[in-house]
Design a protein around this ligand. Structure first.
Ligand SMILES: NC(=O)c1ccc[n+]([C@@H]2O[C@H](COP(=O)([O-])OP(=O)(O)OC[C@H]3O[C@@H](n4cnc5c(N)ncnc54)[C@H](OP(=O)(O)O)[C@@H]3O)[C@@H](O)[C@H]2O)c1
Length: 300
């Protein structure tokens, strides 16, 4: 720890696949971390690995903190832990900052920011990309919407678990950037699924083909990290189809509002709904290929 290091008092709400390791990096960096998780067992597990204090409600966790972080499920969950009966905003101090890492609509971010402002609480939307591995290795990409003065107060804290972060504009901009990210992923995963399916049907050795084309213009993160496991019918690598459908729902709704045309994204969303109907909701997003390949199958 450098002599200039100043430990901050922070809370982290939501110790799921993503929140658990992110809160861990804040503790490892030397900050005073208070945790809250709806299911207490996860908070107990976290305390076996890290130094910190456990709270029983979001409000209790948020009391007297410099910064309160959250990573929960969707818009409704976020409303509940902020402005619900035992929500964090009830106890946060004037001048403190709320950083939301949940993937939500831009509308809820703007709505909560206005409410927070009345109590002089800064609100930052900061959805992440990089998946479970990115969170566990502390190398997430963070897309931020915030007032610059608020962002300046939390930049160093986010650095504890990020390899890339950028403030992209006012509150809501982080969520809009995350929508752009998900549009890219939907198209790329469908393209990769069709390519691997085509290679298999053509009698090629898919691994050999991927080894070659991944060094050329067809390369992508999905190809580097998922092509092999997709070919082997393994779909247990983090970001779930259920979450992707939530995200694409947000994207398609926002597209309607701003008059953007997303024909491929809308189609891929329907493909994901078929994966869900085949009981693949908890499989990772690369399971799109199961709709094309006869083998291997998922679900029953
Ligand atoms: N997993 C990924 O690869 C990934 C990547 C990028 C972004 N994201 C986004 O990050 C967010 C979290 O994802 P995750 O994979 O960490 O999800 P997760 O493992 O299902 O964890 C969700 C967390 O939120 C808590 N929670 C949900 N609803 C709540 C409520 N109403 N009140 C209090 N706590 C609540 C859960 O508590 P319980 O333990 O009690 O259920 C849990 O701690 C989502 O918005 C997701 O889209 C995920």
């Amino acid at each position: 720890m450098s002599p200039a290091f100043q430990a901050k008092k922070v809370a982290f709400l939501g110790l799921g696949v993503m929140g658990f390791p992110m809160a861990g990096y804040l503790a490892k960096a030397g900050h005073q971390v208070t945790i809250y998780n709806r299911t207490a067992q996860k908070a107990d597990d976290w305390l076996k690995k890290h130094q910190g204090t456990q709270a029983n409600t979001p409000a209790q966790a948020a009391k007297d903190q410099d910064v309160v972080f959250a990573c929960v499920g969707n818009d409704q969950d976020l409303r509940q832990i902020t402005v619900g009966e035992e929500g964090a905003f009830n106890q946060m101090s004037p001048g403190s900052i709320f950083v939301d890492h949940t993937t939500t609509s831009a509308i809820v971010a703007q709505e909560l920011s206005k409410i927070a402002e009345k109590s002089d609480i800064g609100f930052i939307d900061a959805p992440v990309s990089g998946g479970q591995a990115g969170a566990e290795n502390g190398v997430l990409t963070v897309m931020i919407g915030a007032q610059q003065a608020h962002y300046d107060k939390v930049k160093d804290l986010i650095d504890c678990y990020a390899k890339m972060q950028k403030c992209l504009g006012p509150v809501g901009s982080g969520q809009k950037a995350k929508m752009v990210n998900q549009i890219c992923i939907a198209g790329v995963v469908q393209g990769l699924s069709e390519a691997l399916h085509f290679a298999m049907q053509s009698g090629l050795n898919t691994q050999d083909v991927v080894d070659v084309i991944s060094k050329g213009a067809a390369q992508s993160w999905q190809m580097d990290n998922r092509a092999k496991t997709m070919s082997q019918g393994q779909f247990d690598f983090g970001f779930a189809v259920d979450w992707m459908r939530k995200d694409l729902g947000i994207v398609l709704e926002h597209a309607k509002e701003v008059g953007a045309h997303l024909p491929i994204t809308a189609l891929v969303d329907q493909f994901y709904s078929q994966v869900q109907a085949n009981r693949g909701g908890r499989f990772d997003t690369s399971s799109l290929i199961t709709l094309l390949n006869k083998q291997p199958k998922i679900g029953n």
